[in-house]
Write a protein that binds this ligand. Structure first.
Ligand code: ZN
Length: 461
């Protein structure tokens, strides 16, 4: 036949050549795509970097202005805190200039506001003015940056709506004025509120409007750190320097702060130092014959609470006086006659006993995690056997004397018709208790247990 056929071996070579061409073309295409994508990504990264740089430069500039304002206002603390920002201001300004000189494309975005100072009112506090009125107040330190303050209130711990109580216009000058408002709440039932002050900034570019809220209530507790300095001092080798009259003050001051700050419960202290003077009677002179004056201090308060640590009788159960075993430890809440008749206060006492029992047990200061609860009209009488005996749980109790309550502080509160209780947190006749008092800040654990139970007793959050 006349057909000009390529020999089979040459045909095969051609196929290989074509295939090679295809592979080379494909590889070239892939490389080109990768290169293009890479260039786009790089460009975007660079663009993003510039955007960020410029934003930070603007931010630095604004913070720098704020610093100057603070300095002019003599507010050195705030000026100090802004000094880092001033540094970044100059750093980014020069960076920005260099970028522009190089002909880089520059993008501008709004700076994030997070670095700007917030206008939060200071010394925002409350007092329980009476059984149905709460006073709140704050100072005018922000008057040169704020045009208006708005005061609102809502029920504590609820998602309920804020109700505006009042608003105050700033006079533009800081001159030590106090803004205050007395809230007539229309009830004498223990009630807890959240109050909020919102500031309105005169210049949102420099200072942010902000808000601050506090808890407050119409409850005021007369808190009595038992005895006075140096009273009921433990002696001996392992006393750990324990003295009841000193330690009750530590518990009391801690409890006062927890009640005010965490629960909005106001506190009137019978003493805030080692010394106590009421009606011209001081320390030993007060407690020997005039001790009921402590309880009478509660006359304008909601109730009276006296803070103590307990002790067993000398050589109780055959143990040396200050070497009693932890098996004797328990919490006791001794109530006066008005409190004993009230389900409300007996319930609060049960909660205190529960919390202290839990606390002492968990700290290894007692081997008994059980406690007894009782109801109004069914409160056991405290006796020496109960105080010292093994096998008695912590409980709410009472103690009658010749004329009403046995204990003078409780009798004093009863004469001004106030529910009252003595809290015996644990026994300082037990070495482990004294050791924890000295080495482990036991007063903080006890105060926390008290505060949580008291707040829960009032139904507070
Ligand atoms: Zn005592």
């Amino acid at each position: 036949m006349g057909m000009n056929r390529i020999p089979k071996n040459k045909q095969y070579l051609l196929y290989r050549l074509v295939a090679l061409l295809f592979v080379t073309a494909a590889v070239a295409l892939i490389l080109t795509v990768v290169l293009v994508v890479n260039t786009i990504v790089k460009h975007n990264e660079k663009k993003q970097e510039i955007v960020q740089t410029v934003a930070e430069a603007e931010l630095g500039a604004k913070a720098g202005e704020a610093t100057t304002d603070y300095e002019q206002a003599g507010d050195t603390d705030s000026a100090q805190s802004r000094q880092d920002s001033s540094y970044y201001k100059s750093f980014f300004s020069s960076l920005l200039d260099n970028l522009k000189k190089k002909g880089e494309e520059v993008f501008s975005i709004e700076p994030s506001a997070s670095i700007l100072p917030s206008l939060v009112v200071s010394d925002f506090e409350f007092e329980r003015e009476s059984a149905n009125a709460i006073r709140v107040h704050f100072n005018d330190d922000l008057d040169n940056k704020v045009s208006e303050y708005v005061l609102e209130r809502r029920g504590a711990g609820s998602g309920s709506d804020w109700k505006t109580l009042d608003s105050f216009s700033s006079d533009g000058e800081v001159n030590g004025n106090i803004y205050e408002y007395t809230d007539e709440i229309g009830t004498e039932e223990p009630t807890q509120f959240e109050y909020r002050v919102t500031t309105v900034s005169v210049d949102e570019e420099k200072y942010l409007s902000s808000e601050k809220s506090i808890l407050a209530s119409n409850v005021m507790i007369c808190l009595d750190p038992g005895h006075f300095e140096g009273r009921n001092e433990v002696t001996g080798d392992d006393s750990y320097g324990y003295c009841e009259g000193d330690y009750t003050l530590k518990i009391g001051l801690e409890l006062r702060d927890l009640l005010r700050e965490n629960y909005g419960i106001d506190v009137l202290m019978t003493r805030e130092t080692g010394t106590i003077t009421i009606g011209g009677h001081t320390n030993g002179d007060l407690d020997n014959g005039n001790i009921s004056l402590r309880g009478e201090m509660a006359k304008d308060c909601t109730c009276f609470i006296s803070l103590h640590t307990n002790s067993n009788a000398d050589n109780a159960n055959g143990y040396d006086t200050f070497q009693q075993p932890i098996s004797l430890n328990k919490a006791l809440v001794i109530m006066n006659i008005p409190a004993r008749g009230s389900d409300y206060y007996v319930n609060m006492g049960n909660l205190i006993v529960k919390n202290l029992t839990d606390t002492n047990y968990s700290l290894g200061l007692s081997d008994n995690k059980k406690y007894d609860t009782c109801t109004a009209g069914n409160v056991p009488e405290l006796s020496g056997t109960y105080n010292d005996g093994l096998g008695y749980n912590g409980t709410v109790c009472g103690r009658y004397g010749k004329s009403g309550d046995y204990y003078g502080v409780l009798r004093g509160a009863a004469t001004v018709n106030k529910p009252a209780m003595i809290i015996e947190h644990g026994y300082h006749s037990i070495p482990e208790v004294r050791k924890a008092a000295k080495e482990n800040d036991l007063y903080k654990d006890w105060a926390k247990a008290d505060a949580e139970a008291i707040a829960e007793g009032f139904g507070f959050k």
